[in-house]
Design a protein around this ligand. Structure first.
Ligand SMILES: Nc1ncnc2c1ncn2[C@@H]1O[C@H](COP(=O)(O)OP(=O)(O)OP(=O)(O)O)[C@@H](O)[C@H]1O
Length: 247
């Protein structure tokens, strides 16, 4: 489904590569987790795969399509849930979703019905016509997710979709993603929540300094390392305990 071949990114003003010669295959209908310390290169990788930034070298295809040759088709194939909220604060949830739906060519009564149905599924029915600036972090994250899936993408990229949200919102988001996956959506997500990733992902890759350190099912990774009882143990053993602050 997603084939990544020797992909690298070096930002213009940077000394080092943020992603280095990374190769990876992600299967159709998989939930794949990209895990790693701060600055490991997760956002950079997802941003390249969703065509937000250009790779320095290497290539990748999604559903056998490349951005070079099939830009418009690929834009409809994928959905992107960015780490920062991509919402207009002074517009209502409904107006935001209407705007994003229009961007994907959706309109009319079908879009209206879909927006209201989806808001209801994510527990936001009574907030449809309230301004985003009045929403809590968890409510914004739910609308942020909806904005990226109205066009029913086959592949969904999510950059820390549950960061900074309350437990209830996190639960609703994860359940909704599981439902989308059951209905055929391939999911690639980054997270710092290792417990969440352990139960949510079919496979994960731990990335550090732009390279894959290890990949496999959470159960494989845990059983292959001595003294590891969960994914956090694996993560700390492989990436170390020093802090990874970066500006
Ligand atoms: N626009 C940019 N220009 C220069 N360097 C950048 C830029 N964006 C990211 N970097 C650098 O690239 C490296 C990887 O950053 P990236 O944001 O991809 O990591 P990450 O794994 O997503 O981190 P986090 O978990 O903190 O979000 C870091 O060293 C970061 O400082």
């Amino acid at each position: 489904m997603i084939s990544i071949n020797q992909l690298s990114k070096k930002y213009e003003d940077a000394e080092d590569y943020s992603v280095k010669n990374l190769s990876l295959e992600i299967n159709e209908n998989e939930i794949f987790g990209l895990l790693g310390p701060n600055g490991a290169g997760k956002t950079t990788l997802i941003s390249m795969l969703s065509s937000l930034i250009k790779p320095t070298s290497g290539s990748f295809s999604i559903d056998e399509l490349t951005f070079k040759e099939h830009k418009n088709k690929l834009k409809k194939t994928i959905g992107i849930v960015p780490q920062e909220y991509a919402l207009y604060p002074t517009m209502t949830a409904y107006e935001n979703l209407w705007y994003f739906g229009n961007m994907y060519g959706l309109k009319g009564v079908n879009l209206k019905k879909d927006i209201l149905d989806q808001l209801a599924v994510l527990g936001l029915e009574s907030f449809a016509h309230k301004k985003i600036q009045t929403f809590s972090g968890g409510m914004k994250r739910r609308v942020n997710l909806l904005a990226s899936i109205l066009h029913k993408p086959k592949v969904l990229f999510l950059d820390e979709p549950t960061v900074g949200v309350d437990v209830q919102s996190k639960n609703v988001i994860i359940q909704h993603l599981q439902k989308l996956n059951k209905n055929g959506t391939t999911i690639i997500y980054t997270s710092h929540h290792l417990n969440e990733a352990e139960s949510f992902c079919d496979r994960v890759a731990i990335i550090d300094k732009g390279e894959i350190v290890i990949k496999g099912t959470p159960a494989q990774l845990i059983s292959n390392l001595e003294n590891a009882t969960n994914l956090e143990d694996v993560f700390l053993q492989l990436t170390g305990k020093e802090l990874r602050d970066h500006a």
